[in-house]
Design a protein around this ligand. Sequence first.
Ligand SMILES: Nc1ncnc2c1ncn2[C@@H]1O[C@H](COP(=O)(O)OP(=O)(O)O)[C@@H](O)[C@H]1O
Ligand SMILES: [Mg+2]
Length: 288
Amino acid sequence: MQSCWVIYNGSLTSDKFKDQAELMKEAAERAGVCTELKKNYEVMMNLDTVLENRPDFVIFLDKDILLANFLKNSGIPVFNDPDVIETCDNKAIQYLELSKQGIAMPETIIAPKVYPYFTIKDSGYYEQVLERLGLPMVIKEGHGSFGMKVYLIETEEQFYEKTDELRGIDYVFQKFIATSRGRDIRVNIVGDEIVAAMHRHSETDFRANITNGGVATVIELTDQQKALAIQAAHAVGAEFAGVDLLFGDNEEPLVCEVNAAAHIRNIYNVTGINVADAMISYILRKLG
Ligand SMILES: Nc1ncnc2c1ncn2[C@@H]1O[C@H](COP(=O)(O)OP(=O)(O)O)[C@@H](O)[C@H]1O
Ligand SMILES: [Mg+2]
């Protein structure tokens, strides 16, 4: 019998992280895999000892990249691969990768690294960004989920306030796709397949995230949306991905972001599809 660990972050106290891990465990056990849920701090990263009771593989639902690498280094297959988790965990790094592969996405400018005790306000840099992207624009911190670190900047005053506040933090400036205000698509991908998709719509916020008040419904994807979502997942090397797509001027899809540890509860509630079933059968096929 195969065995696996499902790792999630134990310091995030919201129930949704545990719930997500439970959904995964149910799917793994349905497939006959002996599964243990583990909080990230329940695995000791001691570099001088051999890891005991090793599982055959790990499903990594956390962003503790050091732990993911630690497990990979001890020879255990980790899904997604730690490199993919690392790329996706920072939106700036992820957009570099997507743009390298020519993926259609909103115009994006990666903010320069500025140490917190310094300001480039008088350098003319910010004026160029304003000139290029115009207002409103979107500012996104490198690390952030559920729409919490994504800001709609409508005035110059907000722009300078935010850029000042973000000194020392990785972030990007992005063209605001007005035709997509309050709506996007979440596409869950496993390997080369689209397993489920939903349309998300918010009446109250420019962000369509469900956690932020968005309401989701089932959607039939166009061929263009399907192709772009798969290309985006492949561009960052993700075997499992939750790709967010925006609607451009002529409804053409644009990639908003790729999530390497996409939550699967909402898509399950909306579509009745437990993406974890597809993930487990993918892993079992791959590991033979
Ligand atoms: N450039 C943009 N133009 C319009 N809406 C956007 C843009 N970027 C993000 N959004 C909206 O904000 C939401 C959150 O952004 P996203 O990049 O997916 O960050 P998070 O990781 O927090 O989900 C998206 O689901 C989308 O509704
Ligand atoms: Mg998102």
